[in-house]
Design a protein around this ligand. Structure first.
Ligand code: X90
Length: 278
């Protein structure tokens, strides 16, 4: 086996279509004494629904170094994508796993990619790496192609509640107090250092979608590919998609589901969108 793509479960996919071997390394979510492994069996929507009325302590944990090592398996060249190092220890665990893998197998390579993002942006990075591999490019060209692509992809999101983010220290508490009140949503983006940046406090879903598109355009969206992931909010995702298409008729816009980790933090109704800029 020449290449393998490994990604933590914040990337929202458990398998990757195509010819390149893929493994998803799960994060875990806990609510009181209950533990959820974010694997293909987890029902992210039911979990997010149940979380809305859960009053106890809840949180998440990143994958262990050992879990990454197991996922690397016996691959010659590993590409490993993690959720932003600005919010999680996953990148660090992957880097340590990579060092130990290379100590054991000095002739192999592991390239760990800090996505500086989450969800659909991680998905499109995995797809890009797969496409570069399938195109038969040399290793250095794959790295270059990936680096170029990362400069032209961004993440925006609309969240109905940010309680789980705030309670787990991933977001400034003053934002948390406003979001959710009177239907106010947090419209934001993944910042350049991989943290949550507030862009707009939008009242109602319609306004949130208008604001998402307005901000995508400000960030230099000109009709490139968009991947929308949502937590049981297909109506909003479809609405978002049709408004994008009205403005950018040729755009390739696809819709998918948030995985467990992102559903926990983006919460029920949350929506994340990765988009390619010019
Ligand atoms: O290590 C861990 O336990 C995982 C911690 C993850 C914390 C944040 C996850 C955010 C998921 C929420 C909206 C978009 C975020 C933008 C990323 C910069 C999704």
């Amino acid at each position: 086996m020449e290449y393998k793509i490994v990604m933590d479960s914040a990337g929202d996919i458990h398998s990757l279509p195509g010819t390149v071997p893929f493994a998803c390394v799960p994060l875990t979510i806990s609510a009181g004494s209950e533990h959820f492994v974010d694997d293909a069996e987890l029902d992210a929507v039911s979990m997010a629904k149940a979380m809305r009325s859960f009053k106890g302590k809840s949180g998440t944990a990143c994958p262990s170094i050992g879990a990454y090592l197991d996922a690397f398996g016996d691959a010659q060249h590993v590409f490993c994508i993690t959720i932003t190092s600005g919010l999680s220890g996953s990148y660090n665990a992957a880097k340590i796993a990579a060092e130990s893998y290379l100590e054991q197998y000095p002739d192999r390579t592991v390239y760990v990619v800090d996505s500086l993002s989450a969800g659909p942006e991680m998905t499109v990075l995995a797809e890009k790496i797969r496409d570069l591999i399938e195109a038969g490019l040399a290793y250095e060209e794959i790295l270059q192609g990936l680096e170029d692509y990362q400069k032209h992809v961004q993440l925006v999101f609309s969240l109905e509640s940010v309680m789980n983010l705030a309670n787990n220290g991933r977001l400034n508490g003053t934002i948390a107090k406003i979001v959710g009140l009177l239907g106010i949503r947090m419209v934001g983006r993944a910042s350049d250092v991989g943290t949550l940046e507030l862009i707009d406090k939008s009242r109602g879903e319609k306004k949130a979608i208008t604001d998402l598109i307005k901000n995508m355009v400000k960030l230099n969206y000109q009709g490139g590919r968009v991947l929308i992931h949502h937590c049981d909010n297909l109506a909003a995702a479809e609405n978002f998609k049709s408004q994008l298409l009205a403005k950018f008729p040729g755009a390739a816009v696809t819709i998918g589901a948030l995985g467990g980790l992102c559903a926990f933090y983006a919460e029920y109704g949350g929506m994340l969108a990765a988009f390619e800029t010019a």
